[in-house]
Design a protein around this ligand. Structure first.
Ligand code: NAI
Length: 505
């Protein structure tokens, strides 16, 4: 886990933290600076008995390692009492990990009312009571992170666990709704589906497998989901043995198939693809920069500075396009020059498809005494000070730039190490338009039902390069039918685009 992920000043409540997974979560969060409430009733695995020992031992371990923690021995069903322990000791609550659990396994025909009620009470009602007690505090401070613990038994079923499967699946429903209700207050709710060695699994898993499935391998996944930088909300993550995957990720891919697969119903070009024909016209024209006096440059000095796109009709999926461009203005920024191109793209029937405005930055080509600004530039718009209304994070892949080249943007800066080095980069960087594609996908997913017809226009400033493989985080704010957004690379925290907006028709 990245050393930079810290939880200083955050108060984290982990239920059932006296053993197994909860203990691993509590230890990791405390090690990373969180103030931890170690809740555990200290009973048997079937929900019998109670003892303060389990929680005390974990608190002692945390304190010995230099962390801060207090014990709480209440049952999760008494959610208010547990949350009160957090407030009385640390004055706030930021993170709730609903983890406490028991088993009452019986085949369906033999399940008693008590077996049913106890399981539902500890898993489902406990999570409800704890989270509901913390909720007003989350809302007031406009921040909260909630984890629900589900199970493969819930997702896929398991013989002898009808009561447990039902409760565990219900927690996903609860999380889905809390994710929706909490979103506007920056409260995120996600589900972990763990498989780990603990007293709940010791007689179920084969011994050699049991030894490999350490709870400590799941703790970093849960800690990340609880971190303020994690934009996931309403997701279900399966994790085991150092592996983690988003459950239902294949559903996301299938909703994107219309952009990928020509045999798919509603096969469409992704809206920002409409920028490319115009850009190619500009980049391949000999008339372009030579037409401007005093500017000497070569390709290694050229950067994509800003981009505007406004669409008038959907991009056809085949046919011949014509792009016509003009140089709208030239600016002298001192060290560099900026050239503004206006470009219109038409289909075979001369229907106007889109208007694009591309600002090209030419490094070391300034200083010719030209003007610094231009009224021809479509302006960017600043994002608000308040926390984002929604956030989506998505990893790019190592070969992202090579893949994006297939769209026709053949600038060697994105594939050739030698060329990248001539331009001053240690390795080839990702196309700005590829990063823009990620941002607009996030906006369309979040606000436009992933429907390309919900796209009207976008403006973006490319402020810093993205290295393929970095994770992009798009923060979004709704402003009428306009979504303001900015995108950063999670690994470095650097904003790669700024002043951006996306407008729906
Ligand atoms: P565990 O038995 O080691 O830990 C559960 C802890 O919860 C125990 O320390 C227990 O005393 C505490 N607890 C039980 N009832 C409580 C109550 N009413 N109030 C407060 N604390 C209570 O088990 P493990 O495996 O660490 O389980 C943690 C969670 O993960 C559970 O919700 C379990 O259902 C879930 N889970 C675990 C899997 C695994 O492979 N270990 C698989 C899928 C889900």
């Amino acid at each position: 886990m990245d050393q930079k992920l810290r939880f200083d000043g955050r108060v984290a409540l982990v239920t059932g933290a006296g053993a197994g997974l909860g203990k691993a979560y509590a230890l990791l969060l405390a090690e990373r600076g969180a103030l931890v409430i170690v809740n555990d009733l200290g009973g048997g695995k079937h929900g019998d008995g109670k003892s303060s020992m389990a929680a005390d031992k974990v608190v002692d371990e945390i304190i010995k390692k230099g962390g801060k923690a207090v014990a709480d021995y209440n049952s999760v069903v008494d959610g208010e009492k547990v949350v009160k322990t957090a407030l009385e000791n640390f004055g706030r609550i930021d993170i709730v990990i609903n983890n406490a659990g028991i088993l009452r396994d019986k085949s369906f025909a033999r399940i008693s009312d008590a077996d049913w009620d106890m399981i539902n009470s500890v898993h489902l009602k406990g999570a409800f009571k704890i989270t509901q007690a913390a909720w007003p505090h989350f809302r007031k401070q406009n921040y909260g992170r909630v984890i629900m613990t589900s199970s493969c038994s819930g997702l896929y079923g398991n013989f002898g666990q009808a009561n447990y499967s039902a409760a565990k699946m219900a927690l996903i429903g609860l999380s889905n709704t809390l994710a929706i209700e909490g979103k506007k207050n920056n409260i995120h709710c996600n589900v972990i589906v763990p498989t780990a060695a603990s007293r709940l699994t010791e007689n179920i898993l084969p011994p050699d497998l049991f030894a490999e499935l350490k709870p400590e391998l799941i703790a970093p996944v849960v800690a990340w989901l609880c971190h303020e930088d994690c934009g996931d909300n309403g997701v279900v993550i399966e994790s085991s043995a150092g592996w983690a995957a988003k459950f239902g990720a294949s559903v996301q891919v299938s909703s994107d198939l219309k952009y990928l697969y020509e045999g798919q119903e509603n096969f469409s070009a992704f809206p920002t693809f409409a920028i490319l024909p115009g850009l190619m016209a500009i980049m391949t024209s000999e008339a372009t920069l030579d037409a401007i006096p005093n500017i000497k440059y070569d390709l290694s000095q050229i950067l994509h500075g800003e981009q505007y796109l406004e669409t008038y009709r959907s991009m056809p999926t085949n046919g011949l396009l014509t792009s016509k461009f003009c140089i709208a203005d030239v600016m002298d920024k001192g060290k560099s020059a900026v050239v503004i191109y206006d470009v219109y793209t038409f289909d075979e029937n001369n229907n106007k498809i889109c208007y694009g405005q591309t600002s090209v930055f030419i490094v070391n080509a300034g200083g010719f005494g030209g003007k610094r600004s231009s009224d021809k530039v479509v302006p960017t718009q600043n994002t608000p000070e308040r926390p984002a209304d929604s956030v989506i994070t998505q990893a790019t892949v190592k070969n992202q730039a090579a893949l994006y080249r297939l769209s026709g943007d053949l600038n060697p800066l994105h594939i050739s190490p030698e060329f990248a080095s001539m331009s001053g980069y240690s390795e080839p960087i990702l196309h700005g338009l590829c990063s823009l594609g990620f941002s607009v996908r996030h906006v369309l997913q979040q606000y436009g039902r992933n429907d390309p017809k919900m796209f009207k226009a976008v403006k973006v400033r490319f402020s810093k390069p993205v290295v393929p493989g970095e994770t992009l985080k798009t923060e979004m704010w709704q402003d009428g039918n306009r979504i303001l957004f900015r995108t950063s690379a999670v690994e470095t925290g650097i904003f790669v685009t700024s002043g951006d907006y996306h407008t729906s028709p």
